[in-house]
Design a protein around this ligand. Sequence first.
Ligand SMILES: Cc1cc2nc3c(=O)[nH]c(=O)nc-3n(C[C@H](O)[C@H](O)[C@H](O)COP(=O)(O)O)c2cc1C
Length: 418
Amino acid sequence: MSKVDNFRLKFANDNKEYVPIMIGGMGVDISTSELALTAARLGGIGHISDSLITDVSDRKFDTTFVSDKRKQFRGSLNSPDKSLIQFNMIDIREATKLHIGKTMEAKKGDGLVFVNCMEKLTMNNTRDTLKERLNSALDYGIDGITLSAGLHLNSFAMMQENKRFHDAKLGIIVSSVRALRPFLQRAKRSNRMPDYIVVEGPLAGGHLGFGLDDWNQYRLQDIFIEVLNYLKEQHLEIPVIPAGGIFTGTDAANYLTDGAGAVQVATRFTVTEECGLPDKVKQEYFRAEEDDVEVNTTSPTGYPMRMLSYSPSIGGKMKPNCESLGYLLENGTCSYVEAYEKAKNASPDGKTFEVFEKTCLCTHMQLYQCYTCGHYVYRLKDTTNRLPDGTYQILTAEHVFKDYQFSTDNQILKPQLS
Ligand SMILES: Cc1cc2nc3c(=O)[nH]c(=O)nc-3n(C[C@H](O)[C@H](O)[C@H](O)COP(=O)(O)O)c2cc1C
């Protein structure tokens, strides 16, 4: 009987073997250090995320990066022009030192901890901020970096001078051969191929690499095979890691049998103790029905995003908060700032309005009000016990990890009643 534990993940230039389960990055601090460290302890790979890293540092380590930045740029609080707002590179470095450095100090076991780096966080100065994010992550000891959403063709070149450029594992997330091809061509120039390629299909959580109108015409299985074939043609041996809708250990084992190096999974871990979502929000994930799951364009990144239709982030009227956060600012603006201004100006009193077009993603992610999820979120209720008070029993990350690793026949092992 096929099960994940029959397989191991191997990277080029590394003799070690890993349990082929990678927990995907879930910003903002939804995939916490505790979640990633559990995967590493069990011999697999976990991700933390560097999204809103200054805010994560403030919450975890009592720093004051966010309020200091807000004070510094308060001049634009009431203006749609956010061009003066800039991140301080020393703050990014210090926050990375705390978030990544402390996670790596705590790591035990044979697995690895990677950081998910969403390149679409343009931070009003993509080049300098991205360079700082990538290099500080390497400097503070991360095992690997997964580049996602908005792949920047220059990212490898930005790390080329770093002494860990060849020692840390570097991977990318793509949703097509079309996106993969130019990246590999560029990587050649840096004399360095990625160590792994995550192929994310249309059923994943977070942002999607497909159009709003055509995402449901794609299938992970097809894209995965296309990528495998492309790499073969190019004589490249790079582990390919499918992601998006892999819900049972058997789903995962089938991909491994077909040639995957590992699988990347996330949604099933959103309802674990170690996940950063507040318990109340975990219950919102459990209670989801299939009809509650939607893909919409409210994210200011321009990418479609999957979320629960009852996410408080939809149709809010949060005042833009770029002075504090501003991770999606590009050329002094963000499409939420524009949508907010438009809705405000169209309202007769300038007060009574809602912004449906876009959402203030930084703030709503910071407050865990954007319930982004994989398509199969509605099956989470089948993975646990319903308690007498009507709520669902929260799982442990170890339980879910081991269920992926050892289960067979599409079975899902429920936890013992607590
Ligand atoms: C709550 C949540 C947040 C996510 N955030 C990110 C993110 O910040 N960056 C990213 O590259 N992928 C993100 N993802 C995608 C996952 O890392 C993963 O690739 C995908 O969800 C796997 O599919 P599954 O959830 O069906 O297992 C997120 C997924 C979820 C469920």
